[in-house]
Write a protein that binds this ligand. Structure first.
Ligand SMILES: [Fe+2]
Ligand SMILES: [Fe+2]
Length: 243
């Protein structure tokens, strides 16, 4: 069905300033001064739906973020991890944690993605699933031979062979290891493999039943339920908002 909603700020150029957290330190030009100088009757700063992005429904569900916001690599990675866990007969909470574990990388923040991701989903999943998502980040750096998990080769390539994770990662990994939910998070790291090149993404629809059982979709839609993390989902809906 054709979406009849008009685009906001019609008839003017809608300027976008990239989020500082994605620009600072990258060498990308600082354009804020120049943009501010262009403001006039025909130039405004973007607020609301950006026609360059697929339009989100008014009450977005989890799957809408997979479809319309997450990048290709994240979609492949999350759906493949979850599918593997499912095919190997893992508990549904592990499958769900796999499906969500890198959700922050999809269209939000990469740095400390496990911690951000856990917060984003906390109101909608069990405490154990959010916990597993948070701690998969530190646990990734530490092998566990009991389940055949080794330090990732990809990390040697990403960060260099001499990379040493900072104290907070070491501390949190040690804390996770003695926690009763350790294995839930550890299994996420076990299925957290990089095999983007030779796999196609699975349609997130195949997880509809599992999502239904383990992710409480708010009636108002993600971003509009007044939860303590609603603003994070809104930021993904309108990532180009000026304020
Ligand atoms: Fe991750
Ligand atoms: Fe991952």
């Amino acid at each position: 069905m054709e979406d009849e909603r008009p685009w906001p700020q019609a008839g003017r150029e809608r300027m976008i300033i990239p989020a500082p957290v994605g620009r600072i330190g990258t060498g990308a030009a600082e354009i804020e001064h120049a943009m501010l100088a262009r403001m006039d009757d025909d130039h405004v700063f973007m607020m609301g739906d950006n026609p360059a992005l697929p339009r989100m429904p008014e009450r977005p569900k989890l799957v809408d973020f997979f479809r319309h916001r997450f990048g290709d690599i994240t979609i492949r990675h999350l759906t493949t991890s979850a599918k593997r866990a499912l095919d190997e007969g893992m508990d549904e909470k592990v499958v769900m944690a796999c499906l969500l574990h890198d959700i922050s990388n999809g269209c939000f923040v990469r740095a400390d993605h496990g911690y951000w991701g856990a917060q984003m989903i906390a109101p909608y999943v069990s405490e154990e699933i959010a916990w597993a998502v948070k701690y998969h980040q530190p646990l990734r750096y530490f092998a566990d031979e009991s389940v055949g998990y080794e330090y990732p080769d990809s990390y040697r390539k990403f960060f260099g062979p001499d990379y040493v994770p900072p104290d907070y990662i070491q501390r949190d990994a040690a804390e996770a290891r003695s926690h009763r939910w350790y294995m839930t998070s550890r299994l996420v790291t076990l299925y957290d493999l990089y095999f983007f090149d030779d796999v196609s993404a699975f349609d997130p629809e195949i997880f509809t039943d599992i999502i239904g059982r383990h992710f409480k979709e708010p009636a108002e839609g993600l971003g509009f339920d007044g939860s303590p993390v609603a603003h994070m989902w809104r930021t993904m809906i309108w990532p180009n908002n000026f304020l």
